[in-house]
Design a protein around this ligand. Structure first.
Ligand SMILES: Nc1ncnc2c1ncn2[C@@H]1O[C@H](COP(=O)(O)OP(=O)(O)OP(=O)(O)O)[C@@H](O)[C@H]1O
Ligand SMILES: [Mg+2]
Length: 601
């Protein structure tokens, strides 16, 4: 059974476990992770119990062997003792293999569950979350931290169970042989456990520091690799290398601080075992000399003490892995407690034919001024709205609001006359196709990028949208045509080709709302005007909003909205706006016309 069946079964997961997350108030606990695997854990524990019980029989067999050598009466003869020792060794090894496999598999299962839970959770979070968290940091959560949790489940739990079983099996036997000797040789182990307990708290904080530093390192590497071109162009290799070394050294130092504690545990445990052996030699040896203990018992106590050695040594590892995984789970829970800013509603009545904003105001980040202020726009089926304005005037913010990627601080947005917060997000997002000014393409083929949101699209459909965005000739020129791989983020394409593939992707889904955010800025004006003609045709059957810096591209729109510092300062048709003298639109149009005539001279 995996977590997906328990937690991610259906939409109940979304409301109960992610939005409400009732079982543990929004965080994931070890108990929750273990619960689906309780039967496997029990089986692993049971197998460990058997193999350790067999191991605990070995010192008694040795005791008998010594008694036989001494010529004393023993329960078994020498041959039986040897057969027993032989069988215990072989069977013990086989069962131990199965117990390890069972428990390690639980670790791998929990690793998979936690990763899918986190991936799912991240997919629900709104865009403001991604503005605050870097890809590198999230990658570190998905890899390092989850791996640490797995190590605890596999390695630490196995060794801890081992330790508990061996100690609880050995102590009564040791006491039954000689109570005071048992107390004397076990005392050092008690000291190890107490000191381990004391070091755990300190270790936890140091490990957390180390993991945060490791995340910073991943973030740094990720950003530098993505921006390698910029670094090279500005000759900042040395500067960036220095910055990297600073983070690298910091990670190294925090790792050393962790090691300062973990390296102490191992020698400390060895020392305690050494002390235990010395105590047995002194106290036990004296008992043998005085004739109060048999040589067989003395050898058995020694053999049992050595059996306790490895579990005791593993205490140090258990402590360090436990601290690491607790710190990692705490870091993961910092993400799990986050809730999407945009909450899912229940309403859905498609297709959308009307989007209206009323008195919308938006503040982004910690900006002093509003990105949008008292904005009223109306997108209707069959109408084309053009949005213009200078850089930073709020055009992209308006597109993000309309596509419900972000929410307004004030005012309302209605889809088909129903308030946005009441809408179910999935059908709403399916209704709205957006092409942003910086589209993201995947490292896949041209076809797969275009058919991203409609994987079952036929080649004809794909070719049709390619034609509409004027890419037919470009694709014919690619060595592999539609199957051409375009590289990470489409690096193997020109800026204009990238933009048109993104536009083709949006056109293919045939959504009733199409929002285009300056998506042809890198396309030449001749190709742009051809595409615009197609889009105007498309606009007759959808709600279409086009943001553009080139006014000629939206001059035919049914309504043009002019934004300035987040406010609508003018609105109307192209001709009406030109009539309004000494206004922004007229000025922008004048500049554009001048540039046009200069470029033709
Ligand atoms: N995520 C963000 N956090 C904080 N401020 C933001 C964020 N995104 C945009 N802004 C700010 O909001 C304002 C409007 O930005 P917006 O991207 O909407 O402008 P725009 O009109 O699309 O500009 P351009 O024509 O350059 O694309 C700008 O002042 C910008 O600095
Ligand atoms: Mg913009």
């Amino acid at each position: 059974m995996i977590l997906r069946e328990v937690f991610l079964s259906d939409t109940a997961f979304h409301s109960v476990h992610v939005l409400g997350f009732k079982p543990a108030r929004g965080i994931v606990s070890f108990r929750q992770l273990f619960w689906p695997y309780r039967f496997w854990l029990l089986l692993g524990f049971f197998l460990l119990l058997i193999t350790n019980a067999m191991m605990l029989m070995v010192p008694r067999m040795i005791n008998m062997g010594v008694q036989i050598i001494e010529g004393k009466p023993a329960a078994l003869d020498m041959l039986s003792v040897l057969v027993w020792l032989f069988c215990l060794a072989i069977l013990g090894a086989i069962i131990r293999t199965f117990s390890r496999r069972t428990l390690f598999n639980v670790g791998r299962g929990i690793e998979r569950d936690l990763r899918s839970l986190l991936f799912y959770h991240l997919s629900l979070l709104s865009s403001d979350f991604y503005e605050k968290h870097s890809v590198g940091d999230l990658m570190s959560h998905l890899t390092n931290d989850i791996n640490n949790v797995r190590l605890f489940v596999g390695f630490a739990v196995l060794n801890f169970l081992n330790l508990v079983i061996i100690f609880s099996g050995s102590i009564p036997v040791l006491i039954s042989i000689d109570g005071s000797l048992a107390f004397a040789c076990l005392l050092p182990f008690l000291l190890v456990i107490v000191s381990a307990q004391m070091l755990t708290g300190r270790m936890f904080h140091r490990v957390k520091e180390y993991q945060a530093s490791l995340a910073k390192l991943t973030e740094h590497v990720q950003e530098n690799l993505s921006g390698a071109g910029v670094v090279r162009v500005f000759h900042q290799e040395r500067v960036e290398e220095k910055k990297f070394q600073k983070t690298n050294v910091n990670t190294y130092q925090t790792a050393l601080r962790v090691a300062q504690i973990s390296v102490v545990m191992f020698p400390l445990t060895r020392m305690m075992i050494g002390l235990g052996v010395a105590v047995v030699l002194y106290v036990g040896g004296r008992e043998v000399v005085l004739g109060r203990m048999s040589v067989g018992d003395y050898v058995e106590v020694n053999a049992r003490l050595l059996q306790l050695a490895w579990p005791a040594i593993s205490m140090g590892f258990i402590l360090s892995v436990y601290s690491q995984s607790r710190a990692s789970l705490a870091r993961l829970n910092e993400l799990f407690v986050l809730r999407p800013k945009i909450i899912d509603g229940t309403y859905s009545n498609v297709p959308i034919s009307l989007i209206e904003t009323k008195n919308l105001s938006v503040r982004l980040g910690k900006q002093a001024h509003l990105a949008l202020q008292n904005v009223d726009v109306q997108l209707k089926h069959g109408r084309v709205i053009g949005v213009v304005g200078q850089s930073g005037s709020g055009k992209s913010t308006l597109v993000r609001i309309l596509s419900r990627e972000i929410v307004a601080d004030q005012g309302e947005i209605f889809y088909n006359n129903v308030e946005g917060s009441q809408w179910k997000l999935e059908p709403l997002h399916q209704q709205i196709a957006v092409v942003s000014s910086e589209p993201f393409l995947f490292s896949a083929s041209v076809r797969d990028n275009i058919a991203f949101a409609k994987i079952d699209a036929s080649d004809e459909e794909v070719k049709d949208v390619i034609e509409k965005v004027g890419l037919t000739e470009d694709v014919a020129g690619f060595a592999d045509g539609l199957a051409q791989i375009i590289g990470e983020r489409g690096v193997m394409l020109s800026g204009g080709q990238r933009q048109r593939i993104a536009l083709a992707r949006a056109l293919l889904v045939d959504a009733p709302v199409l929002l285009l955010d300056d998506c042809l800025s890198a396309v030449d004006s001749v190709t742009e005007s051809k595409i615009m003609k197609t889009l105007r045709e498309k606009g007759k059957h959808v709600c279409l909003l086009i943001v553009s810096h080139r006014l000629s591209a939206i001059r035919h729109a049914d309504e043009i909205v002019v934004l300035e510092k987040g406010k609508i300062v003018q609105r109307g048709r192209h001709e009406e706006l030109l009539k309004q003298e000494e206004q922004l639109y007229g000025a922008l149009w004048g500049i554009e016309q001048l540039q046009e005539s200069l470029s033709h001279e």
